[in-house]
Write a protein that binds this ligand. Structure first.
Ligand SMILES: *Cc1c(COP(=O)(O)O)cnc(C)c1O
Length: 343
């Protein structure tokens, strides 16, 4: 064997906060708050997948905050998809102190008049409705599509007129429940430049370690999402025929956003679904053994929880959200059937 340097097949991680000048000249990297090599590589990969200009943030919520601070002024109103990620409406409530208002609307219909920004979720978490992207893109205000549950493998919102794509990369993109991370992908470089300026100055910056875990996650995103979508569709179909279940919410089922989701999604409908239990949903979430009773989604392990615990009467008491992991579909089904006996 020949000694000497070999090219590692895993991409490098550079934690440097400062970078040597090149013969006295400032280069592409000089201080980590403005840019770092691992983050730039992760942004290049994600930008390519979405067909836009990607920027990383320390979480999906930080990405949402940066977007709002960049795009809006006090007194602005956001048209927000009804039943979208609970944390987004709570964040906007909090920003109300800075003069931000929002109005919720049914995202399968055109947004209400008078908004400075339209914010939809494709599909919504946890109701799994799908937005009318054509109507939202035709609206005379910038469009943000939270595409966390779709990933760029199944949906490329910029191709359908989105100005900004938001990701909680904590979920499918990192994919292993081991890094908190967010991203905004801009359709236009001038918008990315405004966000980059805000990010660098406020210091709402993702660390190299989390960016590296995104690069790692993207290497298996295709196979994970394909498998999770196939398993979720099969479970959704089986659950729809179960006597303890009132309703299954999944974009891949006919009549449940199927029309709109089918128009825009390609290659599957994702690994997230919800179902409404007839009886005691809390007993069901406590009874699964293979599926972990915990919040969040998008990891390799299946997670289940009732959403009323967080959202109160904003969601039906019996609504259970299931994030499908990479386990065997029949093992997952057996676990659900056993747990449903406790309902
Ligand atoms: C989790 C989530 C967020 C928030 O992202 P964090 O990384 O937890 O801050 C935003 N939107 C959706 C759809 C989510 O599921």
């Amino acid at each position: 064997m020949r000694p000497g340097p070999a090219a590692g097949v895993s991409p490098p991680l550079d934690r440097s906060t400062t970078f040597a000048y090149d013969d006295g000249e400032v280069g592409a990297f000089f201080y980590q708050r403005y840019a770092h090599p691992t983050g730039l590589e992760a942004e290049r990969l994600l930008g390519e997948l979405e067909g836009g200009h990607a920027l990383l943030f320390p979480s999906g919520s930080a990405a949402a905050t940066a977007l709002v601070l960049t795009l809006l002024r006090p007194g602005s109103r956001i048209a927000l998809a009804e039943g979208a990620y609970y944390g987004t409406s709570v964040l906007f409530d909090l920003l109300g102190g800075w003069g931000l208002e929002y109005e919720e609307f049914d995202q399968t219909r055109p947004p209400p008049e008078g908004a400075s920004l339209v914010w939809v979720e494709a599909p919504g978490n946890p109701f799994l409705t799908f937005p009318d992207l054509e109507a939202a893109a035709a609206y005379p205000a910038p469009l943000v599509v939270d595409s966390t549950a779709s990933t760029p493998l199944l949906l490329r919102p910029i191709e359908h007129g989105a100005d900004f794509v938001l990701h909680s990369a904590t979920k499918y993109l990192v994919g292993h429940s081991d890094a908190l991370l967010g991203a905004v992908v801009c359709a236009r470089e001038e918008d990315a430049e405004r966000l980059r300026e805000l990010r660098g100055r406020t210091g709402i910056v993702a660390a190299p370690d989390a960016a590296w875990l995104l690069v790692r996650g993207l290497r298996t995103l295709g196979v994970r999402v394909e498998r999770q979508s196939a398993t979720a569709l099969e479970l959704a179909r089986r659950l729809a025929g179960h006597p303890k279940i009132e309703r299954v919410r999944y974009p891949g089922l006919d009549g449940d956003g199927g029309g709109l989701a089918g128009r825009y999604m390609r290659g599957g409908f994702g690994g997230l679904l919800s179902f409404d239990v007839l009886g005691d949903a809390r007993a069901v979430e406590r009874a699964t053994r293979l599926i972990t009773n915990a919040t969040s989604l998008g990891g390799v392990e299946s997670l289940i929880e009732t959403r009323a615990r967080w959202e109160g009467d904003r969601v039906p008491e019996g609504l259970v959200r299931l994030s499908v992991g990479l386990e065997d579909v029949d093992d997952l089904w057996d676990d659900l059937v056993e747990a449903l006996e406790r309902a």
